[in-house]
Design a protein around this ligand. Structure first.
Ligand code: FAD
Length: 412
């Protein structure tokens, strides 16, 4: 059965994850465009997601603009970066950057909850007719009318549409039409199709992140730890859950090790974590279930094609080292919404593409380089990395530039 085709809207957003929700919210508040937001699932999906996400101070500022702050979570005031078993480390402190915290660790589901509420308020303020929400409908195909001529002024004046076809969970075919479409359907590396085309980036790191919530006998308030090990980076992000002063663990290791660690008893797992991280935080105990996420880089060569743009994980899925994926996705969403103020057109999408190109390239470059450089097994390489960390700690301008990029991207 085929549903009746709805009216032509200005913008169709495919995917109501954190990036799609933030984009819809900002478009309602900052433009007059009529939006359709389509998601394959319902908001209950986000509540089941086990990820704890480190949001930067810059992301907090963006979320504040749309009324999606505060999000319940734990502040990161200091970050300690080191290499297991080697000298050389870098410390970052929030006071050095004049911010209350370098970042915040929040649950993916809690962030989506707060964004849903902000979107409800923005819709109420903008007018209910401005937003059409569609749940449980997976978009399978997008095609656009051809652009005629190469002149974007000409194109702006022309009519032309994007046609989206999807399947609802009850099997019905759903069709949507919009002047432009935004792909925000995100996803995880192992579920995605590799982007094709010259300039696309695809790398399987052969690492799986084991995540879980751990408690320890000597927690250090406000400190996050990023330790590079021979197997991959291990991050402990301060995160208090159910009144337990603990850490969200992101332990990246080869897939076979990850499978073995997932199968260990809680006590065995905690013991292995102690052996790898050391006793700086005392003895670890496990305070929740463990989950595994295979890791890779999957980046599209370009993020704009005529009337279609991609943001968030739909444009680039990154290694979680330095916690940049969603932070970059939120910057994408706000840069795009800002460009769309000028017009709902391919020209505005092109303006967005030029505007976020450098931020995207640098963030992809850094998050791709770190796990590879720290994964080189030779003792000489480990020594060189230790020396680089020590040098970075001493060369303040370089350290601060890196820290600022991790917080704000190229925003300032
Ligand atoms: C272990 C791990 C730790 C991480 N830690 C951090 C961190 O500390 N900091 C950070 O910034 N990032 C982190 N990330 C990355 C972050 O989780 C992602 O970048 C972020 O979730 C991307 O958001 P998104 O909205 O683009 O996509 P998603 O979160 O994947 O949401 C996509 C939405 O689209 C919907 N959808 C999917 N397909 C379709 C379709 N065909 N039609 C309609 N709807 C569809 C889905 O139902 C979903 O609602 C981490 C990732 C992992 C795996």
């Amino acid at each position: 059965m085929t549903q009746a085709e709805p009216e032509v809207r200005d913008i169709a957003i495919v995917g109501g994850g954190p990036v799609g929700l933030a984009l819809a919210c900002q478009l309602l508040l900052a433009t007059d465009w009529r939006i359709t937001l389509i998601d394959a699932a319902t908001p209950a999906r986000a509540a089941r997601d086990p990820r704890a996400i480190a949001l930067s101070h810059g992301s907090r500022q963006l979320l504040e603009q749309i009324g999606a702050w505060p999000v319940a979570g734990t502040a990161i005031e200091h970050i300690h970066v080191s290499q297991r078993g080697r000298l050389g480390h870098v410390k970052l402190h929030h006071e050095d950057y004049g911010v209350p915290a370098l970042g915040y660790v929040v649950r993916y589901g809690e962030l989506c909850n707060v964004l849903e509420r902000a979107l409800g308020r923005a819709t109420h303020q903008a007018g209910e007719s401005r937003l059409l929400r569609v749940f449980e409908t997976r978009i399978d195909d997008l095609h656009q009318d051809p652009l005629i001529g190469g002149d974007f002024d000409g194109i702006d004046a022309m009519s032309g549409e994007v046609h989206l076809t999807g399947t609802a969970t009850d099997g019905q075919v759903a069709r949507f039409t919009a002047r432009i479409a935004i792909q925000a359907e995100g996803g995880l590396f192992h579920q995605q199709v590799a982007h094709a085309g010259q300039g696309s980036r695809h790398r399987d790191y052969r690492q799986t992140a084991v995540i879980g919530h751990v408690a320890c006998s000597r927690p250090r308030h406000g400190w996050a730890w990023e330790r590079f090990t021979e197997e991959g980076p291990l991050a402990l992000l301060p995160y208090d859950e159910h009144g337990i002063d603990g850490y969200a663990l992101v332990w990246c290791c080869p897939p076979d090790q990850a499978a073995r660690r997932i199968a260990l008893s809680d006590a065995e797992f905690a013991e292995e974590l102690n052996a790898v991280f050391g006793d700086r935080l005392g003895r670890f105990t496990l305070a929740g279930k463990r989950h595994a996420f295979p890791l890779g880089l999957n980046a599209a060569p370009v993020t704009v094609d005529g009337r279609i743009a991609a943001v968030g994980n739909a444009a680039q899925t990154l290694h979680p080292v330095a916690g940049q994926g969603l932070n970059l996705g939120l910057r994408d969403a706000f840069a795009l919404a800002d460009s769309l103020r000028a017009g709902c057109s391919p020209r505005s999408l092109q303006a967005f593409a030029s505007r976020h190109r450098l931020d995207r390239a640098v963030t992809i470059g850094v998050t791709d380089l770190l796990p590879r450089v720290f994964g080189i097994p030779s003792p000489l390489a480990a020594h060189a990395r230790g020396a680089s960390l020590a040098a970075l700690a001493c060369v303040s301008p370089l350290k601060h530039a890196l820290a600022r990029h991790m917080m704000y991207g190229m925003r300032r």
